[in-house]
Design a protein around this ligand. Structure first.
Ligand SMILES: *[C@@H]1O[C@H](CO)[C@@H](O)[C@H](O)[C@H]1NC(C)=O
Ligand SMILES: *[C@@H]1O[C@H](CO)[C@@H](O)[C@H](O)[C@H]1NC(C)=O
Length: 420
């Protein structure tokens, strides 16, 4: 059970680093750091701009301001590999939304062959990568300062669905002059989509096809043991976070990637323990995890979420409802005019939805995905991965992600975008 200790060590690093100004030199010997540097993965430590430039893709930066003042960054990949960016309004636009703790980079970090975003760019799509409010690239607001205003962090996936996604979709439609946008969500990127489509049903008509990888809505059977354990103490956690004035959870830090690089590189004697930590967190799929890639995963991820986002997910797990944030009955009366939070009306999610889910996914349990599938009025594809070990991260980082997921998703989009 070393893995539990390593999990806590890795989780503790960002917090202690902020308070104590720790550096990698305080944790490891000079010799160990140098040895690790010698066997560094060539993509380790690169951000999205550096990775895309290395792979030969153009990237554009777009800033979108939401109704409630958050300034979000969209990364746009307008053309295929080695082509100069030319805005082409005939290309179908596709918006990809990352999972919890992730950011736009996680759609491209698997490299030019294996990243869904880059496969889509090569197939002729105008690719837009979103970033949630509060993550590395969207830590901005017209009036609030994320470092000093606790209200900046007063959001969950409910707000990402209610404000962020509509702003992004409208911006993309306006910029490209198109009527509809294609959508891919991974995990949390699916939750906020379902929240949007239920809260603002008029947006269903702006979606050509939504592809959900590891869909998360109902969560009562979610199997991840650490989160299941912590969810019993949601109200205690809430008090602890309040007391210590922690509003932001696992932001990007310089230290965590360095620690992962020293511990998880190819010559590290504890690399296999790093793999065990990954398995503990997301489900064990040894054949599909490239050990060399673990430090690259940690280069940009975690990218920060609000504590409220995490608490909202824990509420979903405990209650079994897919519903809005629970403030407790007194405040619920004020906010919702009722004692319990309203459920998201899944029957009004009329956009066409394709569902891809795995049997070994600790976060999107098969029974919960199928419960959602039964509620959604317009499921156009329901794909339970045949491969038994398919886990939560395999949807973006499995060794064979291209043949297992990406090729199928690109083909599906092609049938829905017949101009291609
Ligand atoms: C926490 O809740 C789960 C069910 O959600 C239960 O199985 C477990 O025994 C509870 N207690 C602890 C301490 O984990
Ligand atoms: C694992 O990643 C390394 C470094 O990117 C690469 O050289 C190797 O081919 C990968 N292994 C597999 C099985 O894909």
């Amino acid at each position: 059970m070393y893995s539990i200790q390593v999990v806590f060590l890795l989780l503790a690093v960002p917090f202690s680093a902020q308070g104590l100004n720790l550096t990698v030199n305080d944790l490891f010997t000079e010799e160990l750091i140098q040895k690790a540097a010698a066997s560094k993965h060539e993509d380790f430590g690169l951000n999205i701009y550096q990775l895309l430039s290395k792979y030969g893709y153009a990237v554009e930066d777009h800033q979108v301001t939401t109704e409630d003042g958050y300034i979000l960054t969209l990364h746009r990949i307008p053309s295929a590999r080695y082509q100069t960016a030319v805005a082409d309004s005939n290309k179908p636009a596709v918006l990809l939304m990352h999972g919890l703790f992730c950011s736009s980079v996680d759609w491209v970090s698997a490299g030019p062959q294996d990243s869904l975003a880059l496969n889509l760019a090569d197939a002729g799509y105008d690719v837009w990568l979103g970033n949630n409010r509060g993550n590395t690239w969207s830590r901005k607001h017209v009036s609030m300062n994320p470092d000093t205003d606790k209200d900046f962090w007063d959001y969950s996936f409910d707000d990402c669905g209610n404000y962020d996604l509509p702003a992004k979709i409208d911006y993309i439609l306006q910029t490209t002059g198109q009527q509809k946008v294609n959508y891919v969500g991974h995990s949390q990127g699916t939750t906020q989509f379902f929240a949007m489509a239920a809260l603002r049903p008029e947006y269903n008509d702006k979606i050509n096809l939504m592809t959900a990888l590891a869909p998360v809505a109902h969560m009562q059977d979610m199997a991840q043991p650490l989160v299941r354990f912590l969810a019993n103490y949601t109200s205690v956690l809430e008090v602890v976070f309040k007391t210590f004035k922690i509003n932001e959870f696992l932001p990007h830090t310089e230290l965590l990637p360095q620690v992962m690089q020293v511990m998880c590189n190819d010559d590290s004697p504890v690399q296999e323990m790093c793999a065990k930590v990954v398995f503990f967190l997301v489900g064990e799929d040894s054949p599909q995890l490239n050990r060399s890639f673990i430090p690259v995963m940690g280069s940009n991820t975690p990218a920060g979420i609000s504590v409220k986002m995490m608490l909202h997910y824990m509420q979903e797990m405990k209650s079994g409802y897919f519903r809005r944030y629970d403030y407790g009955s007194v405040k619920n009366l004020l906010v919702y005019k009722r004692l319990s939070p309203p459920e998201y009306d899944t029957s009004s999610i009329t956009a066409p939805v394709a569902l891809y889910y795995g049997k070994n996914d600790l976060f999107a349990d098969v029974s919960n995905v199928e419960q959602l599938a039964n509620e959604l009025p317009n499921v156009v594809k329901q794909n339970l991965m045949e491969y038994e070990l398919f886990n939560h991260l395999d949807f973006i980082w499995a060794i064979d992600v291209k043949t297992m997921i990406n090729d199928d998703v690109v083909a599906l989009f092609n049938t829905y975008n017949s101009k291609l």
